[in-house]
Write a protein that binds this ligand. Structure first.
Ligand SMILES: [Zn+2]
Length: 105
């Protein structure tokens, strides 16, 4: 433990971390800054990556269908369930479905 830093009980931090508590809330509970908590977690994660899994952000995701244009070769995304009408780059109607990706919004 570096004595020039505020001491945070790592086990308690781990419990809160695993419970899915927001970092800002955890920081508040320990009366330290959120940046400090982030540094602690990333330090711990370096030593013990399995114990500190990357958290899935609770952001909304949406599915985007990726098409590739047969005219200009560019890929473009269209919201799921919406058919592309034309390529946004060259306005070609010759496109092919490629794959879907999930994006966070
Ligand atoms: Zn095109």
């Amino acid at each position: 433990m570096r004595d020039n830093e505020i001491s945070v009980d790592i086990e308690k931090l781990h419990q809160l971390f695993m419970s899915g508590e927001k970092l800002s809330v955890i920081a508040y509970k320990f009366q330290v800054s959120e940046g400090y908590i982030q540094r602690l977690i990333s330090n711990e994660r370096k030593q013990n990556p399995d114990k500190w899994p990357k958290r899935k952000k609770k952001k909304q995701t949406m599915e985007i269908d990726i098409y590739s244009c047969e005219e200009c070769g560019r890929a473009f995304g269209v919201e799921e369930c919406e058919d592309p009408k034309v390529c946004p780059c060259c306005e070609s109607e010759l496109w092919e479905y490629s794959h879907s990706v999930k994006i966070t919004i």
